[in-house]
Design a protein around this ligand. Structure first.
Ligand code: ADE
Ligand code: ZN
Length: 325
């Protein structure tokens, strides 16, 4: 399945940083973040909550627009190797200039320059979704939403929320989502990863999102599954992430195939690929092995993913041609 053109909608930019890249930056800056890595140079963490801490520690090595420019290139090189032709990445002004609008614009400019270069040289198109961090609280999310509103456009196409799903409830963030929506941004929220089906329902009803990051635990409530299918809410499913973090034991236990059979629009992504020892190519291989999904099934899901992308119609038409290859 390596050669199939792929669309990825759920990728955390810092979470996609190759560990050697972060180690190199830390060395350049004389930063001691050795605890982030194991003896083989992979990221080391015990569970999801420890993962969030390690994620932030690794991110501390990214300190300038130039660092993010290099990061985008490093990440898209990996995407291209897996056959990804279109990708949406979560970017956080929290980590890029501390939510100051002026500083954020400099980071964004640097990322866009790298994205342009990658589109030219690697054939991968990238767009950004500004993401607030749930465990940083609603007040900081408002500042993040202001950054989003100021930079909404053809490259920043969406707004979302990541972080610790166990803290607070979606409606705490309603102001931020309303602000982003009014600025023309499309909306997604992490839910139904660590929270149960009610967290998915709350994100849909209280924030008005059209996509859910993960959302897989909706399977525990079949009335909700029917509602998602009927309303066309799209799930950004990251099977390898869920298996590595222990939400499901194996790919065969993962509900993606059942959600798909029940008419929910599922898509396939990697979340934080080096943390979860995955790539888009590996996700495809594992799904093929677990559910015997064939090329036709993967092509249908790639098209479904592009339909759910937040980019403009011209971009979709161009990428659509690549998916037919
Ligand atoms: N931040 C990075 N990866 C995440 C995930 N899988 N869930 C919530 N927040 C995240
Ligand atoms: Zn995620």
């Amino acid at each position: 399945m390596d050669g199939l053109p792929k669309v990825e909608l759920h990728l955390h930019l810092e979470g996609a940083a190759p560990p050697a890249f972060i180690a190199g930056l830390a060395k350049e800056k004389h930063l001691d973040i050795a605890g982030v890595f194991d003896e083989r140079g992979n990221y080391r963490y015990k569970d999801f909550w420890d993962f969030l801490k390690v994620y932030e520690a690794a991110t501390s090595a990214l300190q300038s627009p130039r660092d993010y420019q290099r990061l985008v290139l490093a990440v898209l090189e990996e995407s291209a190797k897996s056959g990804v032709v279109y990708c949406e990445t979560f970017v956080s002004p929290d980590f890029c200039g501390g939510r100051d609008v002026g500083a954020w614009k400099e980071y964004l400019h640097a990322m866009q320059e790298a994205a342009d270069e990658a589109e030219r040289d690697l054939g991968v198109t990238l767009r950004g979704i500004i993401t607030c961090i749930r465990h940083f609280g609603p007040e900081k999310a408002r500042e993040t939403a202001r950054c989003a509103a100021e930079t909404a456009g053809s490259w920043i196409v969406g707004f979302g929320i990541a972080g610790d799903e166990k803290i607070g409830v979606p409606k705490d963030f309603r102001w931020s989502f309303d602000c982003a929506r009014e600025a023309g941004l499309r909306l997604t929220a992490h839910a139904g990863e660590w929270g149960g089906p009610e967290s998915v329902r709350d994100a849909v009803h209280d924030l008005g999102v059209e996509r859910i990051g993960h959302g897989v635990r909706a399977i525990e409530d079949l009335a909700l599954v029917d509602e998602l299918a009927e309303t066309g809410i799209v799930l950004e499913v990251c099977p390898g992430s869920n298996v590595t973090l222990g939400i499901y034991k194996t790919f065969r236990d993962h509900p993606i195939a059942e959600l798909d059979r029940r008419g929910v629009k599922v898509t396939i992504s990697t979340d934080d690929p080096p943390f979860f020892h995955t790539t888009m190519a590996r996700e495809y291989d594992e799904l093929h092995k677990a559910f015997d999904w064939d090329e036709g099934q993967f092509r249908r899901i790639a098209r479904q993913s592009l339909d759910a992308a937040f980019c403009d119609a011209d971009t979709k038409a161009r990428i659509g041609k690549l998916l037919e290859a």
